[in-house]
Design a protein around this ligand. Structure first.
Ligand code: NAD
Ligand code: UDP
Length: 319
């Protein structure tokens, strides 16, 4: 077994551990010498994402839905369980709200019972279609509470409320990370999010589906940078609860992203324009000043380099 940086191996629960981000986090924690319990109901996660960890003596997988209580002995909890792609979280919006809200209550209840530290994977979607740009943590957001994205946005907002109420009411050691668009290997080819869609379409020589006029922006963070930030956040002193924006502030439009991916894949694909989904945020870019200060962290992987690694992943699987 490796020895963790501070010399103390911990028992760590990762909910949503078979998903895109969760599987990279499990890998990172196992490599650091911790005992990892991965909990997932495989709603969007895949066994293949964690297959390489299954034989590791420090890794355990439990099929479980976080909307039901869980009784395990752990020191730390990373609560990532929740579909993240608009296509998947809008497929069963009631279940999405339950996963965010009941899931948070169950995991906070567990943290309280066993005295664990707990980190919530919140999202830039708590800012909705932001009026303030770039978005600092003090911005309260601009969310349509009854639109098609509300099941996710409001579910995550309510989860944040619960985290801070458990902190105030029960003295829980909580950390709330507001994650901005993150991409990389192990996204599903049918995930529906823009990076995987464009890469798969470009590799197949199909038109890249740009929604709206493609002028809307996002800021894309490579998965390794994000996982580094999550792990550092968990290590911070108890008074560092966040919320902390985590993401890469390099902003780009969806048209620019499509053109870049065509260039990097050498594809002959063209762009095709589709209607903009309802309530699709026009601009999104994190102010990461607080994360930089609290974690001594900033993203290192440039968009081109991260896209090349992602393209290689999908190309290897003949997507
Ligand atoms: P993902 O869909 O790949 O992973 C989510 C995982 O949660 C999947 O393995 C899924 O099966 C599991 N899950 C869903 N509902 C569950 C339930 N009720 N019980 C147990 N497991 C359940 O998505 P991801 O991109 O890896 O996102 C992980 C977390 O990070 C999510 O909470 C998401 O909201 C958050 N996040 C991600 C991004 C991003 O850009 N990737 C941005 C903001 C926030
Ligand atoms: N998008 C697009 N084509 C696609 C998928 C998404 O133009 O095939 C756009 C989408 O409208 C949004 C942006 O890309 O403006 C990011 O979408 P994604 O679903 O990846 O994440 P989110 O909207 O949650 O940031």
């Amino acid at each position: 077994m490796n020895t963790p940086a501070n010399g103390v191996p911990r028992r760590v629960l990762v909910t949503g551990g078979a998903g895109f981000l969760g599987s990279h986090l499990c890998e990172r924690l196992v490599a650091a010498g911790h005992e990892v319990l991965c909990v997932d109901n495989f709603y969007t996660g895949q066994r293949a994402n964690i297959a390489h960890l299954q034989r590791h003596p420090n890794f355990e997988l439990l099929r479980h839905d976080v909307t039901f209580p869980l009784y395990v002995e752990v020191d730390e909890i990373y609560n990532l369980a929740c579909p993240a792609s608009p296509r998947h979280y809008q497929h069963d919006p009631v279940q999405t709200v339950k996963t965010s809200v009941h899931g948070a209550i169950n995991m906070l209840g567990l943290a309280k019972r066993v005295g664990a530290r707990i980190l919530q994977a919140s999202t830039s979607e708590v800012y909705g279609d932001p009026v303030e740009h770039p978005q600092p943590e003090r911005y309260w957001g601009h969310v349509n509470p009854i639109g098609p994205r509300a099941c996710y946005d409001e579910g995550k907002r309510c989860a944040e409320t619960l985290f801070f109420d458990y902190r105030r009411q029960h003295g829980l050691r909580v950390k709330v990370a507001r994650i901005f668009n993150t991409y990389g290997p192990r996204m599903r080819p049918d995930d529906g999010r823009v990076v995987s869609n464009f890469v798969v379409q470009a590799l197949r020589g199909e038109p890249l589906t740009v929604y709206g006029d493609g002028a809307q922006t996002r800021s894309f963070c490579y998965v390794d940078d994000l996982v580094e930030a999550l792990v550092r956040f968990m290590e911070t002193p108890d008074d560092c609860a966040g919320p902390l924006n985590l993401g890469n502030p390099a902003e780009c439009s969806m048209r620019e992203l499509a053109e870049k991916i065509i260039l990097l894949t050498g594809s002959r694909s063209r762009l095709t324009y589709r209607p903009l989904p309802a309530n699709d945020p026009a601009r999104r870019c994190p102010d990461i000043g607080q994360a930089n200060e609290a974690l001594g962290w900033q993203p290192r992987v440039e968009l081109d380099a991260g896209l090349q690694r992602t393209i290689a992943y999908f190309a290897e699987r003949s997507c």
